[in-house]
Design a protein around this ligand. Structure first.
Ligand code: NDP
Ligand code: MG
Length: 384
């Protein structure tokens, strides 16, 4: 029996993880958590009987304690960052699925590693900003970081059994998002509704906007650098609009391994939870007799500046990926509230990257201070 704690159980990845647990008797839910959606959390507690529920807001946690008072066995409700840390490091779990969105995942992920938990990592913002802390810590504590992001899971699957064989290149595939083929001029007038229409994947709102700007692919290049220990010059983004090839690895002899499948996040979630085993997954399979084409393009870095800025942030290193990520988090939140235009997301990232004084090897506190500096810089300088 594997006991699973989920950071962000009410979100897109969180709910698909619950779907995997629902279908397997040898997986048991140990903990759930949410920002504020306590109605869904209550449903999850009544169905799965976890031991701990963490809610960000203390007032919502109080409401939840009252509404689940009749649940047996009792579920402890905790709140705030202390609550997230407690659930992340709880004794009863074996693995933490980091399905929370944003840099809020850094501290709980570190707490879980310190407590010896394996990590099924969906929360890419954590690795983008604190990869230099998390990867060595995981090695020291002998815990596995198992990728859930579909591209990284694909690469991880391609590397299975290749111990000692060097990666020549990672070919990170991208759908290109809803605005593939558009020019900078076209992007001046795109709306929130248009940006939320991802052609292939149904995901949370923040990552859907990140896919439209291609900041998501930039974050994934940084994520791949940390997960697979490879420099960014060997990570090539390939636009593959049908989202059938989830990523590829080219080895030194020129052989290219790829993982293909229908777009279904339950596969990488399941692979992380059962690694190195594979178990049955229902749902649509690839039907090659109906598949008309798989096409490839180069990404347009002059239009999709999110990807270009991400490569620049990795090359600069230190605190620069945090600046890129934090500016993007705030900019996307503003775009989701219709406070700024689509292209202002790039402009906010650029402003912060230009003004930042680099910290070479930031500690967690310095990463969080950098995030604060980014927020203050945008709030004080942005007139929209
Ligand atoms: P969602 O927005 O759907 O879900 C986010 C989850 O985080 C929700 O459960 C939310 O709770 C919770 N949350 C937000 N703020 C807090 C907080 N302060 N404290 C505790 N919990 C909080 O996001 P996704 O599932 O789409 O994405 C999650 C992560 O996975 C992201 O890093 C994303 O980049 C990555 N990812 C997602 C993919 C996908 O297909 N969705 C694919 C690959 C990676 P509440 O419901 O209360 O707001
Ligand atoms: Mg991805």
């Amino acid at each position: 029996m594997k006991k699973v704690a989920i950071l962000g159980s009410t979100g897109s990845i969180g709910m698909q993880t619950l779907d995997v647990i629902r279908n397997h008797d040898d997986l048991k839910l140990a903990a759930v958590s949410a920002g504020s959606n306590i109605d869904l959390l209550e449903e999850q507690i009544r169905e799965f009987h976890p031991r701990i529920a963490a809610v960000w807001s203390e007032s919502k946690a109080k409401e939840l304690r009252t509404s689940i008072a009749d649940v047996v066995p009792a579920c402890k409700v905790v709140s705030g960052m202390d609550g997230l840390l407690e659930m992340a490091a709880m004794e009863e779990s074996d693995i933490l699925v980091t399905a929370v969105v944003g840099m809020i995942g850094i501290k709980p992920t570190i707490a879980a590693i310190h407590a010896g938990k394996d990590i099924a990592l969906a929360n890419k913002e954590t690795l983008v900003t604190a990869g230099h802390i998390i990867i060595p810590l995981a090695a020291e504590k002998k815990v596995s970081i198992l990728p859930v992001d579909s591209e990284h899971s694909a690469i991880f699957q391609c590397l299975n059994g290749e111990h000692g064989n060097h990666i020549h290149k990672i070919l990170l595939t991208a759908s290109g998002g809803p605005f593939r083929g558009k020019t900078m001029k076209d992007l001046e007038t795109v709306t929130l509704e248009m940006a939320l229409q991802h052609p292939n994947w149904s995901m949370g709102r923040k990552i859907t906007i990140d896919s439209a700007t291609m900041v998501n692919k930039g974050l994934e290049v940084i994520e791949a650098k940390w997960l697979f220990g490879i420099e960014s010059s060997r990570i090539e983004v390939v636009v593959q609009p049908q989202s059938i090839i989830h990523s590829m690895v080219e080895f030194e002899d020129g052989a290219v391994m790829a993982q293909l499948g229908t777009p279904d996040m339950r596969l990488p979630i399941q692979y992380a939870l059962y690694y190195p085993n594979r178990v049955f997954l229902d749902g649509t399979r690839l039907d090659f007799s109906k598949l008309s084409e798989i096409t490839f393009q180069k990404p347009d870095l002059d239009t999709f500046l999110g990807l270009k800025y991400a490569y620049e942030a990795i090359e600069t290193g230190g605190s620069m990926p945090t600046v890129l990520n934090a500016a993007n988090e705030l900019a996307v939140a503003k775009f989701l509230h219709k406070k700024v235009r689509f292209l202002e997301i790039y402009e906010m990232i650029r402003l912060c990257m230009d003004r930042h004084t680099l910290i070479e090897n930031p500690t967690v506190e310095e990463i969080l201070e950098t995030e604060k500096w980014v927020y203050e810089t945008i709030e004080s300088r942005w007139i929209s």
